[in-house]
Design a protein around this ligand. Structure first.
Ligand code: SF4
Ligand code: SF4
Length: 375
């Protein structure tokens, strides 16, 4: 199996204290984890002057400049997603620091360091698809929903089975995502959240789900979200689709119930190409592409664990056939065999045969398109 694990240099094994970089959204997801593991955190770096001088999890937030002269003394764990990681990475590289030697992504730390030093099988981010139905039909949907031959909701029993299979084999996942399609179309959403929270809350950092903002959430969903601190990200496509009043209504509902939410305005998307114009790559460009698109979202669907949820969706749409190396059938792994279970963490930092023809979301994909354009 191709995996990113095993790339941290040997001296990471001696590490007793680290510096964290990034006190934004990703840091919230990781709070719970860093409270549990026995490692000293010297400080948290963040470039936002509003955060500097405040605390994250009881640890002081400082500017990079204030620690720059001593930064070479520490290993740095970057708590930032994709684009933010790339810009932090270039700041660190300018200081002569190298990824895997001096710093790493928090996902790498979770899956590699926690296994090597604490014997824990961990994954950074897994998404479970609760429905492939959607209220919209976006031409450049990165789950290829408009191109599905058949769409459906997953039943509570199917989703519960995925959850049980996963948590019997994985000690901790920082981010558990519930995605679609439009997740609110599945009437089991509340039950799934309750089940996760009641049975596995010590094994994950945060539940989050994504919505396109076309459905006004019911009271029982908002109550359960508030109760457990479930986060929602709403994509606002209202500059393309006329539904800005609904977005405002949803915002009011979140405010009224005290729900943790983000409403994200339209940004440029990258065209993944598939299925209309799959990307053609030779081995050299594939290598560059695999380095560029390391999205850190794995998939948990149909009783299997996938390196990339996008690849699962490509197959599910009925237009691509994955290879057996692209996923792990969870029931085939003995939950008491820790080394066998570690294969899941390895695949979480792996690759997929679908990457060869998928545009992906790395810096090598320059095919920018307008968000939310409907078919
Ligand atoms: S709203 Fe989201 S899931 Fe639905 S079609 Fe658009 S991009 Fe895909
Ligand atoms: S290129 Fe690969 S890793 Fe990136 S989104 Fe596509 S399938 Fe996923």
């Amino acid at each position: 199996m191709i995996t990113d694990l095993g790339r941290l240099t040997e001296d990471w094994s001696k590490v007793e204290s680290i510096v964290l970089y990034g006190a934004g959204t990703v840091s919230k997801i990781c709070e719970n984890l860093f409270s549990k593991i026995d490692i000293k955190i010297e400080c948290v770096i963040d470039r936002d002057p509003e955060k500097q001088g405040k605390e994250w999890n009881g640890i002081t937030i400082v500017s990079f400049e204030s620690i720059k002269d001593r930064i070479h003394e520490y290993k740095i764990v970057v708590m930032a997603a994709h684009t933010a990681f790339n810009s932090i990475s270039s700041i660190l590289e300018k200081e002569g620091l190298k990824e895997f030697e001096d710093y790493c992504r928090v996902g790498q730390f979770i899956s590699e360091w926690l296994w090597n030093e604490k014997g824990l099988n961990c994954v950074y981010h897994v998404d479970m698809t609760v429905t492939t139905r959607c209220t919209l039909n976006c031409r450049h949907c990165n789950m290829f929903i408009p191109y599905y031959k058949e769409r459906r909701d997953y039943s509570f029993d199917e989703l519960r089975s995925n959850i049980d299979l996963f948590f019997a084999r994985i000690d901790y996942v920082a981010y558990f995502g519930l995605i679609g399609g439009e997740p609110m179309m599945n009437p089991s959403l509340v039950d799934v959240i309750e089940y996760l929270e009641n049975k596995y809350s010590s094994q994950f950092g945060r539940i989050s789900y994504a919505s396109n903002g076309t459905i006004i959430p019911e009271d029982n969903l908002l109550e359960v979200m508030k109760k457990y601190g479930v986060h929602i990200v709403v994509s606002d496509y209202s500059d393309i689709i006329p539904y800005s009043e609904k977005i405002l209504k949803i915002k009011d509902r979140f405010e009224a119930f005290g729900v943790d939410y983000d409403i994200k305005p339209t940004i440029e998307w990258c065209d993944f190409g598939f299925p209309e114009r799959p990307v053609v790559r030779d081995n050299e460009t594939l290598k560059v592409h695999l380095m560029a698109c390391r999205p850190e979202w794995n998939g948990l669907n149909d009783g299997k664990f996938y390196y990339c949820n996008v690849s699962w969706s490509a197959e599910k749409s009925g237009r691509f056939l994955l290879d057996k190396t692209d996923y792990i059938v969870l029931k085939d792994i003995d939950p008491n065999d820790r080394i066998a279970c570690h294969k899941i963490s390895e695949l979480s930092r792996g690759t997929s045969t679908f990457c060869r023809i998928c545009g992906g979301c790395g810096i090598d994909n320059k095919q920018f398109v307008k968000t939310g354009v409907q078919l």
